[in-house]
Structure formats: structure tokens, C-alpha cells
Write a protein that binds this ligand. Structure first.
Ligand SMILES: Nc1ncnc2c1ncn2[C@@H]1O[C@H](COP(=O)(O)OP(=O)(O)OP(=O)(O)O)[C@@H](O)[C@H]1O
Length: 490
């Protein structure tokens, strides 16, 4: 009985939606409806009854057919008719409205001569993507692309866009990508990874719906977001997507979680080791610093960029809540950990030792080494001052991380190397998926609760997990003497 009632309710809702769509589309196309009504009446007066009736009702009939199509098969309707019609509407709105919007948003330049019209940046190109209206404009004399950047948010609001990304195309030409339909509202769950990736990982989607790839090799990444902003999705996105490479001995994953291991425990098997107390964290940092020293000695004069191979992996260190290590731990630990981490950040990139760190509070006192991270992801932040602090001055309006809604966990902004802003949302990693990945791709375990020597031995080039036959060790130049750097750090 319950099921029958539910089916009836669903059918009634669909029928109501068909009537609502048909009526609202007819009202929207009132000019066409009026013209057809007039033509229909003329034909009726001229005794062409059938043609007259057809002309009078054609707009309503067309809209009713569309509404039924949409209700019965929304996907085919969207692909064949709904999407193209909507995008044509956006382009028309862009062309027609640009001059007025640009002037009202402060981009109008009044000429010296009296009564001459206000000049606004010239609209060069109007295009659309599946969910965005793209306007390419040439600024007028006396303006720069930065002037357009500054009012981008106001332009987006005027066109009814959800958000805007602005970039410089070439000298004097700016491109505004106005997101007219938000595709990031939907929550997506991360799939279990299969590919061996060492250079970059797919973490979710960018604003146009295409995959969000985060370059990792040769970069240190800082992820900043308030509590509940979804840092966990990026943490597991990086760890989980590198797990197959870790299993193949091309990557070694290390974790520092000084919040009692709460975040990392569920997938600890993906990591070779997780430091959960201050001393273990310092030991791990010392060991990674030593890897850097050894690789420097091995590569000196031979190569400038480290290349990973089985048994000579990229070391990826994930630090959950960096501030606990660099600000809130005991004074000695803060001092030593900060020094070691700064060295790793400064020297590790080209030597296959990279850091991905997560922090809630981006202030200088908590993250004194912010500028050593080569890329930053801003999730939901508390204020525009924080956004500017994290992404840099000038990004308060372009990448307004402080305006991300609480319901949009995992959403954020990335400023790319060329300064372009990308709006992204990470896939969600439920505990079950994390556990499954840790089970399918367990990392070789290395305890770090012993002394430094034990950790160091474990960081030596290791064999791939399922070797057919032992690999010959690579020829290396003699190591530099060990104790010198260590005693200096300790
Ligand atoms: N990518 C995502 N998509 C949708 N919801 C998400 C996503 N990531 C996280 N969430 C939701 O937001 C909640 C908080 O996420 P998460 O624990 O990752 O935040 P956090 O930034 O790590 O917070 P804290 O710093 O307090 O640990 C999760 O319990 C989950 O319900």
C-alpha cells in the first residue's frame, strides 16, 4: 500500500512539473506566443482554419512537448535541447548586457570631450562551456587586467553567476569565466584507485566538472581550512591515490599526526609509519633530512632532478595539523621540528622528498614556513584577511575561500603556477573506502618508535614487494660523512 501511494505521489509530482515547465516557458517566450496568436487569428479570418489553429497553439504545444520530454528522459533532453538552449540564452545575455554591467561595475571610462559616450572594455569573444559563460574582454586605454579582476565578483553577481574565475589571456585581454550552474554542489565519493601515480593525483573535480589533478612531484603543498572544511578528503585523496605506487615501492608514505592519530589511524596501513608523538615526529624528520643529504651526495654532478625507481622511492610526508608540530608542541620540539622541516621544504623538492601539510590556522605564528610551500589549497576560511594571508594579496575577491558555505566541505580554491585560480571540490573518502585501500595496498611497515638508526635503515633503498629476482643496487658515489648534519640538527 505504501509503495503504491509513493508511486502515485511521484507520478503526480512529475505531471505537476510538466504543467509548471510548459506554463513558465510559454510566459518566458511571450513575444513568440503573441506573434503566433496574431498570425493564427489572421489565418482564421482568411478561412484557413487548420493552419490558424496550428499557429495559435504552436508555442504552447512546443513547450508542452519539451516539458514532457524533460520529465520522461531528463538526460537526453539536457544533451539535445535543454543544454544548448540554456547556453544560447547565456551568450545572448552576455552580449546584450555587457556594456551596461561593465559601466555599472566601474569599468566605464568617460572621455574628456563633453557629451561623448562612456567607453567600456570591448567584448572580444562570448563563449560557453557546459556550465559557464566565458567573456573575453580587451581593457580600454588607462585600464589594466587587474582592474577587471577587482570587479569580477560584481560582474558575476550582475549576470546571476554562482562564482567567477578571472585570468589574463595576454597583455590587455582578460577572460572572465562565470559559473552559471554550480556543478560542485553534488557530493562525489572517491573510487578505489588502481593506477600507479607518482607525479600527480586526481582529488575530485574543478568547477567545469572535469577532474581535478593535483601535481605533487617537485612541489610541497599546504592545505589550509577551518575545522570541518574537509581537509580529510584531500589528506586521503593524496594518500589513497599514492597507495598503489607505495605498494609498487615507487613511493613511501609517511605520516605525522600529533592529534593522537585520530585522522590517520583508519588507513594507517597505507603508511610505512605514522608518528603520533612529538619524539617520533622529530625522528622521522631527521631521517628524511638524512635522505636529502644522501641523495644530494649521490646526485651531485650527475643529475639535477631525482627520478624515482623501485627501491629508490619518492618520500611523501603527510602532516595532519602542522601547527601542533610547529607551534603547540614543547619548545624544544617546536624548535627542532621547525628547523628540520624548513630544511626539508627548502631542499627536498628536487630530491624526491615532498611534504603535504594540513593546517586550520594559517597565521604567521603557527605556520612560519608558509612561503616555503610551493602550492597552497585554501578550503573554507574564516575571513578575507585569512584568504589573502593564505593565497596572497589580490586573491581576496578572486578566490574568496572565506565565502565557501559550511555545507560545501571539500570545496576550495587553488592558485596555479601561472596565477590562475581554480575552484575545486575534493571527492569524499568514507572510512570504508580508506580501510579498503589500506587493505588492498598495504605499505611496507617501518617502526619509528626505536632510535634514529632504525628509522634510517628503513629509509635506505628497499626492494619492491614482489620481486622476481633481486635488483642490482645502483652505483652511487661515496656517501658524505653521516654525523656532521645530524649533530648540528639534534
Ligand atoms: N569532499 C567532501 N564532500 C562532502 N562532504 C565532505 C567532504 N569532505 C568532508 N566532508 C564532510 O565534512 C565533515 C568534516 O570533514 P573533515 O573531517 O575532513 O574536516 P577537517 O577539515 O579535517 O576538520 P578538522 O580539522 O576539524 O579535522 C566530514 O565528516 C564529512 O561529513
Amino acid at each position: 500500500m505504501d509503495t503504491a501511494l509513493r508511486i502515485v505521489w511521484l507520478v503526480l509530482r512529475r505531471v505537476a512539473r510538466v504543467f509548471r515547465d510548459a506554463a513558465s516557458w510559454t510566459v518566458q517566450s511571450w513575444r513568440a506566443a503573441l506573434i503566433c496568436l496574431v498570425i493564427g487569428n489572421v489565418l482564421l479570418i482568411a478561412d484557413h482554419e487548420a493552419a490558424g489553429e496550428a499557429a495559435m497553439w504552436c508555442v504552447l504545444a512546443w513547450n508542452a512537448a519539451r516539458a514532457v520530454w524533460r520529465a520522461v528522459s531528463p538526460l537526453t533532453y539536457e544533451a539535445a535541447l535543454g543544454g544548448p538552449l540554456r547556453r544560447r540564452g547565456w551568450r545572448r545575455r552576455g552580449r546584450k548586457g555587457w556594456s551596461m554591467v561593465a559601466e555599472r561595475c566601474g569599468l566605464g571610462m568617460r572621455s574628456e570631450r563633453p557629451k561623448s559616450p562612456t567607453v567600456v572594455p570591448r567584448l572580444l569573444k562570448v563563449t560557453t562551456t557546459s556550465n559557464a559563460l566565458v567573456l573575453q574582454v580587451r581593457v580600454t586605454a588607462g585600464q589594466t587586467v587587474d582592474d577587471v579582476d577587482q570587479v569580477a565578483d560584481a560582474i558575476a553577481t550582475a549576470f546571476g553567476a554562482e562564482s567567477v574565475e578571472s585570468r589574463r589571456v595576454r597583455s590587455g585581454v582578460a577572460e572572465l569565466v562565470l559559473t552559471m550552474r554550480e556543478l560542485l554542489h553534488q557530493i562525489t565519493t572517491a573510487p578505489v584507485p588502481h593506477d600507479i601515480e607518482t607525479e600527480a593525483v586526481t582529488l575530485g573535480r574543478v568547477s567545469n566538472g572535469s577532474p581535478w589533478r593535483l601535481e605533487l612531484n617537485g612541489r610541497h603543498t599546504l592545505v589550509v581550512g577551518r575545522s570541518g572544511a574537509g581537509k580529510g578528503s584531500i589528506f586521503w585523496g593524496v594518500a589513497g591515490n599514492l597507495a598503489p605506487a607505495s605498494r609498487a615501492a615507487l613511493v613511501r608514505l609517511w605520516g605525522i599526526d600529533l592529534k593522537g592519530g585520530v585522522e590517520v589511524a583508519v588507513g594507517a596501513g597505507m603508511f610505512s609509519s605514522v608518528a603520533m608523538d612529538e619524539q617520533a615526529a622529530v625522528r622521522l624528520l631527521r631521517a628524511l633530512q638524512r635522505v636529502i643529504v644522501e641523495r644530494q651526495a649521490a646526485m651531485r654532478g650527475r643529475s639535477r632532478q631525482f627520478e624515482a625507481g623501485p627501491g629508490d622511492p619518492i618520500h611523501v610526508l603527510l602532516i595532519d595539523e602542522l601547527a601542533v608540530l610547529t607551534a603547540y608542541a614543547s619548545r624544544d620540539v617546536v624548535n627542532e621540528a621547525s628547523t628540520l622541516l624548513k630544511r626539508i621544504l627548502a631542499q627536498g623538492r628536487a630530491l624526491g622528498v615532498i611534504v603535504v601539510a594540513f593546517v586550520q590556522d594559517p597565521r604567521k605564528e603557527t605556520v612560519g614556513m608558509r612561503e616555503l610551500f610551493t602550492q597552497t589549497i585554501a578550503l573554507r576560511l574564516a575571513s578575507s584577511a585569512e584568504t589573502r594571508m593564505v593565497l596572497g594579496d589580490g586573491y581576496g575577491d578572486l578566490a574568496p575561500a572565506h565565502r565557501i558555505e559550511r555545507t560545501m566541505a571539500g570545496a576550495g580554491y587553488v592558485v596555479k603556477d601561472d596565477g590562475a585560480v581554480e575552484r575545486v571540490r575534493a571527492d569524499y573518502w568514507p572510512d570504508d573506502v580508506i580501510r579498503m585501500v589500506a587493505q588492498v595496498y598495504p605499505a611496507p611497515q617501518v617502526p619509528i618508535d626505536g632510535d634514529d638508526g632504525a628509522v634510517m635503515d628503513a629509509l635506505q633503498p628497499a626492494k619492491a614487494p614482489d620481486p622476481v629476482e633481486p635488483r642490482p643496487r645502483r652505483q652511487r658515489s661515496p656517501r658524505s660523512p653521516r654525523p656532521a648534519k645530524d649533530t648540528e640538527v639534534a
